[in-house]
Design a protein around this ligand. Structure first.
Ligand SMILES: Nc1ncnc2c1ncn2[C@@H]1O[C@H](COP(=O)(O)OP(=O)(O)OP(=O)(O)O)[C@@H](O)[C@H]1O
Length: 577
C-alpha cells in the first residue's frame, strides 16, 4: 500500500487526508459497495467538522493563549454602571443592551471560570424564606458506559407519576449516591416522561450512550441506607430471569443454578431480593425472587408436580429405591436388602425448597466428624464404596450397628452383628423416634438408631451411613451436620460395560445365590437416580458418578478429606448452639 501523505505537520491537513483516502485506497477496493461505503464514510460532514475542531484546538494548544484578565464579568458590570449615567448615545445604549443580555453575561462568566481555572460549581446560598411546599427538582448527569444503570422504575398507582422503584446495590445509580428510591422521574435527556410507559422509558435509557441527564423530584423521605446483616444463602432451585414472567425487570435479574451461594444484599422489597453471586467480581446486585415469593409460586405449582412424578413401587423391586436401611454387612444372610420399607414417607414430595441461609464452617481439630450420608439407587455401589473406605482406614471410618427384634443366633454377639432387643422395646423405640430408618422382615424388626450413629461419632470416627433420600431431612441437624454424597450410576451403556461381572447383592434369592444385573436393573437404576436427583438434589453436597470403581472411590475419599479440613457452607442453624 502506498504511503499516504498526511500534509504538513502532525495534525494539520487531516481534512485533506480524509478527502484523499478513498482514491488512495481505490486500488485495494474490489467491490462497488465497499467503494461507496468508503466515499460516504470519509466524506461525512460531521467527521470533517470534528476534524476541523480538533485542528483548531490543536492550534490553540500550540499557541497556549493566556487570558488577558480573569474578571471580564465584573469589568462588564463596572462598565455598565459607569455608562448608565452618561448621555445616551446610540452606541452606548446598544453596548448597555448587549452587556445586559443573559447569554453575554453567561459567556463572560464562563470565560472567567476558565481563566481562573475554577471549575467547581458554586452553589448560591440557601434563601432564608424557603417555602416548604415548593417542589424542588434535582438534575443529575450520569455517564453511562456499557454497564446498565442499576435502577428500576414503576408508575405510581395513585398519582400516575414515574417513580424510581429500586436501586440495585453496587450498580451505577447506587454508586453515584444521587438517585434514590421514591424519586419522581420527570425527564430523561430533556424528554418529559410523564406520558410515557415504563417500557418506553427503559427503551430511551437503553438507547442512550455517554452522559444521561435525569430531572427528578427527590423523594420526600430519603432512603436510609439499610443496615442489613450480611446474609448468604444456598440456592435450592435453578432460576432464569429471562423465563420469569413475574420479574419486574428481566434485565435486572440474576440467573443461578441450584447449589450456588448468593450474597443477599437487600430484602427491602418483600417479593424481590437483591443478590450477587458469592466471589464474583461484579459489584452490582441482581434481582431474585424472595424466599416467600418463590415458596408461594412453588406451592401453587405443587399439585402439577406431584402428578408428574409419582413414585410408584413396582411389584418386582422397590422401584430402585433403597428398600433397606443398610444393615451391617457382616451378616451374610441379612445382607439381602430384604426389608420393605413400610413408611409411606418414601413417596412424599421434598419440602418446598427455595433458599437456605448458610455460613462458612470449618471443623475444629478434635471436634466430632460430620456424619457422612451416602444415597443412591439400589445396586449403584454404595456398599462397595463403603467397604473400600472401611478397608482403607479402619481406624478412621466406621459404620453403625443395627438393631433387630429377631432372636440372637449362636455365633452372634450382642453389639457386634446387631443390638438384639425385644419386639416390645423395638416398637416403643419406633414410637419415640429413636430410629433413622426401620423395616420388618419375616415378622422381625430391623433398624438403624440415632444412638448407633452417636456411638460411632463419639469415638471420633467418621460414621458412614447409607439411607433412603427422604430420611436425609431428619438427619440435617447441628448435631450430625450430615455431608450428603449422592452416588449416581453412569449411563446405561457404561453400566452394561462396567457391571459385566458384578452381582446384584440385594437380588440374591432365598438360597443366597447372587444373580447378574439385567437390562431392566440398569434402566431402573438410571431412572431412579434421575428421580432422586430431581426431588432431593438440593440436599446433596457432592455427586459422584460410579462408573470406574477406583476413580469413584478416590473421588469420594478426596471429598471426605476436604470435609475434614476445608471450609464448607453449612446451614446457619447448624452453627448456633
Ligand atoms: N463401579 C463399579 N464397577 C463395577 N462393579 C461395581 C461398581 N460398583 C459396584 N459394583 C458392583 O455392583 C454390585 C452391587 O454393588 P453394591 O452392593 O455396592 O450396591 P449397593 O448400592 O450397595 O446396592 P444394594 O442396595 O442393592 O445392596 C456389586 O457386585 C459390586 O461389586
Amino acid at each position: 500500500m502506498p504511503a499516504l501523505s498526511t500534509g504538513s505537520g502532525n495534525y494539520s491537513g487531516l481534512c485533506e487526508l480524509l478527502c484523499a483516502l478513498p482514491s488512495q485506497l481505490q486500488p485495494h477496493v474490489h467491490s462497488q459497495d465497499d467503494s461507496t461505503f468508503l466515499h460516504n464514510m470519509f466524506g461525512e460532514r460531521s467527521l470533517h467538522s470534528l476534524v476541523k475542531i480538533h485542528e483548531r484546538l490543536q492550534h490553540y494548544e500550540e499557541r497556549s493563549p493566556a487570558p488577558i484578565l480573569d474578571s471580564a464579568g465584573s469589568l462588564a458590570t463596572d462598565l455598565s454602571e459607569e455608562l448608565q449615567g452618561k448621555s445616551a448615545s446610540e452606541e452606548i445604549s446598544e453596548l448597555l443592551n448587549l452587556l445586559a443580555k443573559p447569554h453575554v453575561k453567561s459567556l463572560l462568566s464562563v470565560h472567567d471560570t476558565v481563566a481562573q481555572k475554577n471549575y467547581d460549581p458554586e452553589l448560591p446560598p440557601l434563601p432564608d424564606d424557603i417555602d416548604d411546599d415548593e417542589v424542588s427538582v434535582k438534575i443529575i448527569r450520569l455517564v453511562k458506559n456499557k454497564e446498565p444503570l442499576g435502577a428500576t422504575i414503576k408508575r405510581d398507582e395513585h398519582t400516575g407519576a414515574i417513580l424510581i422503584a429500586r436501586i440495585m446495590r453496587g450498580g451505577a445509580a447506587d454508586r453515584s449516591g444521587l438517585i434514590h428510591v421514591g424519586d419522581v422521574l420527570r425527564e430523561v435527556n430533556g424528554v418529559p416522561v410523564d406520558d410515557k410507559k415504563p417500557d418506553e422509558i427503559i427503551h430511551i435509557l437503553s438507547q442512550s450512550q455517554g452522559a444521561i441527564t435525569f430531572k427528578l423530584i427527590p423523594a420526600i423521605k430519603e432512603e436510609t441506607p439499610s443496615k442489613e446483616p450480611k446474609m448468604f444463602v444456598k440456592t435450592l432451585f435453578d432460576y432464569e430471569p429471562a423465563e420469569d414472567k413475574a420479574i419486574p425487570c428481566k434485565e435486572a435479574g440474576l440467573a443461578f443454578k441450584r447449589g450456588d451461594i448468593l450474597h443477599i444484599m437487600s430484602q427491602d422489597d418483600a417479593n424481590w431480593w437483591q443478590a450477587k453471586q458469592d466471589g464474583h467480581a461484579n459489584p452490582r446486585a441482581g434481582l431474585i425472587p424472595s424466599k416467600q415469593f418463590q415458596e408461594r409460586r412453588f406451592a401453587l405449582r405443587r399439585p402439577a408436580a406431584s402428578v408428574l412424578q409419582p413414585q410408584k413401587i413396582s411389584n418386582r423391586r422397590s422401584s430402585g429405591f433403597r428398600r433397606s436401611f443398610r444393615l451391617s454387612r457382616r451378616d451374610k444372610k441379612t445382607n439381602k436388602s430384604m426389608y420393605e420399607c413400610k413408611k409411606s414417607e418414601q413417596y412424599d414430595m421434598a419440602d418446598v425448597a427455595t433458599y437456605e441461609e448458610v455460613t462458612p464452617h470449618r471443623r475444629q481439630s478434635g471436634a466430632k466428624h460430620r456424619l457422612v450420608v451416602l444415597v443412591g439407587p439400589t445396586g449403584v455401589g454404595l456398599n462397595e464404596l463403603k467397604r473400600k473406605l472401611l478397608i482403607s482406614d479402619p481406624q478412621h471410618f466406621s459404620v453403625t450397628v443395627p438393631h433387630t427384634s429377631r432372636p440372637k443366633r449362636n455365633q452372634e454377639n450382642e453389639g457386634v452383628e446387631y443390638h438384639f432387643i425385644s419386639k416390645n422395646i423395638f416398637e416403643t423405640d419406633i414410637h419415640n423416634n429413636k430410629f433413622i430408618e426401620h423395616g420388618e422382615y419375616k415378622g422381625n424388626y430391623y433398624g438403624t438408631s440415632l444412638d448407633s450413629v452417636r456411638s460411632v461419632l463419639s469415638k471420633n470416627k467418621v460414621c458412614l451411613l447409607d439411607v433412603q433420600p427422604h430420611t436425609i431431612k431428619h438427619l440435617r441437624t447441628a448435631e450430625f451436620k450430615p455431608y450428603v454424597v449422592f452416588v449416581k450410576p453412569p449411563p446405561v451403556e457404561r453400566l452394561r460395560e462396567s457391571r459385566r461381572n458384578a452381582k446384584v447383592s440385594s437380588g440374591k434369592d432365598d438360597k443366597g445365590s447372587a444373580k447378574s444385573f439385567s437390562e431392566e436393573d440398569f434402566l431402573e437404576m438410571v431412572s431412579t437416580a434421575q428421580q432422586m436427583e430431581s426431588q432431593h438434589g438440593h440436599l446433596f453436597e457432592k455427586i459422584i458418578v460410579n462408573d470406574d470403581l477406583t476413580a469413584a472411590f478416590s473421588e469420594l475419599k478426596m471429598a471426605l478429606k476436604k470435609v475434614e479440613t476445608d471450609t464448607h457452607w453449612v446451614p446457619i442453624s447448624w452453627t448456633h448452639s
